[in-house]
Design a protein around this ligand. Structure first.
Ligand SMILES: Nc1ncnc2c1ncn2[C@@H]1O[C@H](COP(=O)(O)OP(=O)(O)O)[C@@H](O)[C@H]1O
Ligand SMILES: [Mg+2]
Length: 224
């Protein structure tokens, strides 16, 4: 579908004491379903801010985000949270696995927040996802017993358990060595090929830049 995810004249201003920081401004973009957008830019250029606005984790100071024709700025906090839970998956550098739950339970968590699903089918689906990422032997382990790369793969599985239409990832491999990082990106690319999920990624990984439908570079909050 044309214009599945659209940003119109997005701007975000943060207030710090009596100082204002323009994190991003004049951002316009439009993605079709299944497209991969890779965002480049130096530290502080507004990459995370842009992802947070597009993912409905924060609201713009000006402009709007349209998802499949729906203006996210018109939704209540509650409705926006529901859209995030049902349609979006997030993968961050600090993966926030809950240490008191097993790997399998961590992956299942979004389902407890969202709509009620058949728990047996969900467990099978979670196990399948974990197997896909080479973690079939670890489902009953706790996060602390896994390496950084393994934990990050658990975080992808968790982001995918709701079968989201859009995956947001913000420098997810920043803590990983090259091998673990490349494996992570290969897993993600395979999902894009299989399910045509839309990806919005902040990464400097060159493989992803080549695979991207579009690469956007930010400098001081603007597209260059
Ligand atoms: N919550 C916040 N409060 C104040 N300033 C912020 C906040 N988040 C980000 N900024 C500022 O906005 C700019 C863009 O930040 P960010 O989007 O995190 O950039 P990047 O992800 O490219 O490193 C930076 O100048 C940063 O200091
Ligand atoms: Mg950032």
């Amino acid at each position: 579908m044309e214009n599945y995810l659209v940003a119109e004249n997005l701007k975000k201003v943060y207030s710090e004491g009596n100082k204002e920081v323009v994190a991003i401004s004049e951002i316009n973009l439009s993605l079709k379903q299944g497209e991969i957008l890779v965002v480049f830019g130096p530290s502080g250029s507004g990459k995370s801010t842009l992802l947070h606005l597009l993912g409905g984790l924060d609201r713009p100071t000006e402009g709007k985000v349209l998802l499949d024709g729906t203006d996210l700025s018109l939704l209540s906090d509650e409705k926006l949270a529901r859209v995030r839970n049902e349609k979006f998956g997030f993968i961050f550098q600090f993966y926030h696995l809950l240490s008191e739950f097993t790997i399998l339970e961590n992956v299942l968590l979004p389902l407890f927040i969202g709509k009620k699903e058949n728990i047996k089918i969900s467990r099978e689906r979670a196990k399948d996802l974990l197997a896909k990422f080479g973690l079939e032997d670890r489902v009953h382990f706790y996060p602390s017993s896994l390496s950084g790369g393994e934990q990050q793969r658990v975080a992808i599985a968790r982001a995918l358990i709701n079968n989201p239409e859009v995956i947001f990832a913000d420098e997810p491999t920043g803590n990983l060595d090259k091998e673990a990082g490349d494996f992570f990106w290969e897993c993600l690319l395979e999902l894009n090929r299989e399910n045509h999920q839309t990806f919005l990624l902040v990464t400097h990984n060159e493989v992803m830049a080549k695979a991207a439908s579009r690469v956007l570079t930010l400098r001081e909050g603007r597209i260059v």
